[in-house]
Design a binder for this molecule. Structure first.
Ligand code: SF4
Ligand code: SF4
Length: 372
């Protein structure tokens, strides 16, 4: 059930300071290079909301670029540890050296991630399905239950944004914890998760019920945000082009010629979940880590014996788009893209979802390009 309030802007710093007592506060800040990055907020006035999308996306707080899965000492006696580990073999913990201690590497920090965009909230909803439906990923699950997102409706979408055509932004009807709409001197506050509602109610003295004028203003802001989108792209016609066989390998070869295999698109995408697992050896211990990988890299699917099923670059590019445009809808009934536009910002070869989806629409039934 969704609940609605109004928060005067001069109360927001106080509200965030109070919330910070119970959680690590993370928000969009300018780093030294002037990029927008989600970082721990020390000074609340430094949080900047009306800025381009952060790079990388806030997925790193649920699925970090690098995480330790377990450690054991070289004698091989020590406990495997990680989220959900229950038993401990006799041995010495590499962290504290006491026998039989559980070395629990779970990240239990309670976080409030403030100022995320609606498209990123939509991406988290899909990440939840990927990591928690069927097999439940304990590392993801541990972080997920300790995180609260406060999102902000994008009144001024970036030129690269196209969430509007996918229903993943700039405003969400449901599926968020707390959603703010900037009404100038006040925020229209909506909470839809139980934790979001509880968080607002805990400081209900800061909030008031919306009046008709607030509801009218919120609707006006929403309409004007919708009108500001430069891109209106439907991925459905691209999906159909693939399924109808209109997108031939010659198309993917042309696209791939522009790819430098830097992996930037995948790392910045809020929905890409490829990872690899590696073991690291230290003088007294071994650590198993999980780190981001990408299906665009040649070695990603290397098999025992060195076989590379997707050794050709063209096949890997094609797979990335097939995964998002065909496989995701088959499995989750939604596209593996929320229209955040980060791939367009990142890719030096203009291989981004909006560009490629548009190029696909120009393909004729035989896979050749249509001439106007
Ligand atoms: S494919 Fe591109 S536009 Fe779509 S969610 Fe990923 S980074 Fe954003
Ligand atoms: S960002 Fe562009 S160049 Fe880099 S791997 Fe992705 S598609 Fe290729």
């Amino acid at each position: 059930m969704k609940r609605e309030w109004i928060l005067e802007k001069n109360h927001i710093s106080y509200w965030l300071r109070q919330l910070r007592k119970d959680r690590d506060l993370v928000g969009p800040l300018r780093n030294e290079g002037k990029d927008v990055v989600f970082m721990t907020v020390e000074q609340i006035h430094e949080v900047v909301l009306d800025l381009p999308a952060s790079l990388p996306s806030p997925k790193e707080f649920l699925f970090p670029q690098y995480e330790s899965m377990l450690r054991f000492n070289v004698s091989g006696k020590v406990p495997v540890a990680g989220p959900g580990a229950k038993t401990v073999s006799p041995g010495a913990c590499v962290e504290c050296s006491r026998e039989g201690d559980l070395l629990d590497l779970a990240d239990r920090r309670r976080r409030l991630v403030f100022g995320v965009r609606s498209c990123d909230v939509s991406a988290v909803r899909l990440l939840d399905r990927f990591f928690l439906e069927g097999f439940r990923d304990p590392y993801y699950e541990q972080r997920r239950k300790n995180i609260l997102f406060v999102s902000i409706v994008c009144n001024n979408p970036d030129p690269t944004c196209f969430c509007i055509g996918l229903g993943t932004g700039p405003y969400l009807e449901e599926g968020f914890d707390i959603q703010l709409t900037d009404l100038g001197d006040r925020y229209f506050v909506q909470a839809s998760s139980a934790e979001g509602i509880r968080t607002v109610k805990d400081m209900s003295f800061l909030f008031r019920r919306p009046r008709k004028a607030d509801l009218d203003d919120q609707y006006e802001v929403f309409l004007s945000a919708k009108a500001r989108f430069h891109k209106r792209i439907s991925l459905e016609s691209s999906r159909r082009a693939i399924l109808e066989g209109r997108v031939k390998d010659s198309f993917w070869r042309r696209v791939t010629e522009r790819c430098f295999e830097c992996g930037g698109c995948v790392y910045e995408c809020p929905l890409c979940t490829c990872f690899t697992v590696a073991d690291r050896r230290y003088p007294d211990a071994v650590e198993r880590i999980r780190l981001w990988d990408t299906c665009l890299f040649k070695g990603f699917t290397r098999m025992a014996g060195g076989i590379l099923p997707n050794g050709k670059r063209m096949l890997r590019t094609k797979r990335w788009f097939y995964h998002k445009l065909v496989h995701y809808p088959e499995v989750f009934d939604e596209f593996g893209c929320v229209g955040c536009g980060r791939c367009a910002v990142t890719c030096p070869g203009r291989i981004d979802m909006a560009t490629i989806a548009t190029e696909m629409k120009g393909l004729d039934l035989d896979g050749s390009e249509q001439r106007p």
